[in-house]
Every structure is written in structure tokens, then in C-alpha cells.
Ligand binder design. Structure first.
Ligand SMILES: NC(=O)c1ccc[n+]([C@@H]2O[C@H](COP(=O)([O-])OP(=O)(O)OC[C@H]3O[C@@H](n4cnc5c(N)ncnc54)[C@H](O)[C@@H]3O)[C@@H](O)[C@H]2O)c1
Length: 255
């Protein structure tokens, strides 16, 4: 029996990258999965590619996590169409990197909006279901950039904000059987880091090789590394873990 059989997992920003890898992982382990992303057809395509087990279903939902009406509609649709909600992975994210003196208000608002407001709106909508059933798991995506990263004042502030948000929800929701944790990935090979390579004037391969050399484990991270961590934190074996941020970075932050 799959670890997530009978569970409904909602993942934001799951049309590609880490979110899609997590959707694949939860599907493999028996979950029904809602793929939420900006573009409904990209979300539906991703949902159609998931390796579902017997009896499980997947849907793709188009929603902008910074829009309260979108979020409320999306969560209602998940519960109606998949029959409940047990796990929320707040994964949707963007970068708008720039040094402080060149960072626009829009760069700031967009990044803080998607990461912080997005996680807030999704968690608020999900908790209504979690509290009434006295069960739920929230996993938020932070980043090693929370510790400070040149050119990412907006992103670092948002990702450290996610850690405070995670700790606070753990305190508020723990009494209702809800665990709230965060993952802080290091470099993970996705379109997000490929775009950073382009901004730095490096090829994708050069950027990955350079990053791998500086990492104690000697490789870059893959979306499956984060998917495995999300599955662990969302599983019942981790039910005594809450309010934590787990750094999954090949040792980059301890080197
Ligand atoms: N790739 C890395 O190295 C890395 C490292 C640390 C943390 N993270 C975090 O992991 C998460 C996933 O990153 P990724 O590398 O897979 O990124 P990605 O750019 O490949 O995918 C992000 C997804 O989020 C979606 N999205 C963006 N804004 C949205 C919105 N307003 N509403 C709904 N969906 C939205 C995008 O359409 C996209 O499908 C992000 O929160 C990111 O900050 C990534």
C-alpha cells in the first residue's frame, strides 16, 4: 500500500521543476494530486503525465497564488473534484534578481507576493479543511538564499519570511493535528537556475559544473532530492516534526 494512498496532495507551481517532481513522487506513492499553476493547460498537461496508482486521480488547476479569489476557487475545486485535502506544498516561486540600487518596486512586490502572500493565501484556504478533519500537512519552500545572497534582497527576505511563517503556523495549527515544515534547497537544476545562468552569462552546463565543484557532495541538486524530502515531511512518520526548516543543499551551507 502506498504511503499516500487515499490522500489528496495539492502542489502550487507544479507544472514543472521541483513542483512537478514532487507531484510525480506523491503520485507514485498513491496520492491523488492537484497541480496548481498559472496556466491551466500547462497544469492539466502536467497532471495528465503523473504516474497515478489505481483509484487515484489528478487535476490541473489554473490559478495565480497571489490572487485570493483564484486561491479560494482552486482549493474548493480540489476538495470537490478529488474528495478532500490532506497535504499542501507551497512551491510556486519566481526570481527577479537585481542589486539593491537597481531593484524596482515591482521586482520587490512580485517576489514577496508570490512566495509570501501566495503561501499565506493557500495555507489559509487549506487550513479550513485541515482543522475540521484534525489532520493536515503543510510544506513550504524556503531556500538557502534566506541566509543572504547577493542580488536577491527580495528573494532572500521572502525565503527567510517563509521560515518565520512556517514556525508560526506550526504553533497555531499543531493543536489541530497539522504539521508545518519548510525545505530550504540549495542549487537545484531547474528552469529557475538555468535562467540565473543566462543572467550571469554562463551556459547551463558551466553554471552547474561550477556550482557542483563548490559543493561538499560534489553535485548539483535534482528536483527529485526535494520531492523525496517533501514526501518525508508530509508523511506520518514525520508527525513529531513541526516548525522546522530542513536545508537540502549537499552541505553548501555548512562548508
Ligand atoms: N531551483 C532552485 O535551485 C531552488 C532553490 C531554492 C528554492 N527553490 C524554490 O523552489 C520552488 C520551485 O522552484 P523551481 O526551481 O522548480 O522553479 P521553476 O521556475 O522551474 O517553477 C516554478 C513554477 O511556479 C509557477 N508559478 C510562478 N508564479 C506563480 C503564481 N503566482 N501562481 C502559481 N504558480 C506560479 C511557475 O509557472 C512555474 O511552473 C520555488 O519556490 C523556488 O523559489 C528553488
Amino acid at each position: 500500500m502506498g504511503r499516500f494512498e487515499g490522500r489528496v496532495v495539492t502542489i502550487t507551481g507544479a507544472a514543472r521543476g521541483i513542483g512537478f517532481a514532487a507531484a510525480e513522487r506523491f503520485a507514485t506513492e498513491g496520492a491523488s494530486v492537484a497541480v496548481i499553476d498559472l496556466d491551466e493547460s500547462a497544469a492539466a498537461d502536467a497532471a495528465a503525465r503523473l504516474p497515478l496508482t489505481e483509484g487515484a486521480e489528478a487535476i490541473g488547476v489554473g490559478a495565480d497564488v497571489t490572487s485570493s479569489p483564484d486561491v479560494d476557487k482552486a482549493v474548493t475545486r480540489v476538495v470537490d473534484e478529488l474528495g478532500g485535502l490532506h497535504v499542501l506544498l507551497n512551491n510556486a516561486g519566481i526570481t527577479r534578481d537585481n542589486l539593491l540600487f537597481k531593484m524596482s518596486e515591482d521586482d520587490w512586490d512580485q517576489v514577496v507576493g508570490v512566495h509570501l502572500k501566495g503561501a499565506f493565501l493557500m495555507s489559509r484556504a487549506a487550513q479550513a479543511h485541515f482543522v475540521s478533519q484534525r489532520y493536515g500537512k503543510i510544506v513550504n519552500l524556503s531556500s538557502i538564499s534566506a541566509l543572504g545572497n547577493r542580488g536577491q534582497a527580495n528573494y532572500a527576505a521572502a525565503k527567510m519570511g517563509i521560515q518565520g511563517f512556517t514556525r508560526t503556523l506550526a504553533i497555531e495549527l499543531g493543536p489541530f493535528g497539522i504539521n508545518v515544515n519548510a525545505i530550504a534547497p540549495g542549487f537545484i537544476a531547474t528552469e529557475m537556475t538555468d535562467a540565473t545562468a543566462a543572467r550571469l552569462g554562463l551556459s547551463v552546463e558551466e553554471f552547474r559544473e561550477h556550482t557542483a565543484r563548490a559543493n561538499p557532495i560534489g553535485r548539483v541538486g535534482h528536483p527529485t532530492d526535494i520531492a523525496a524530502t517533501a514526501a518525508f515531511l508530509a508523511g506520518d512518520e514525520a508527525s513529531y516534526i513541526t516548525g522546522q526548516t530542513l536545508y537540502v543543499d549537499g552541505g553548501q551551507t555548512v562548508a
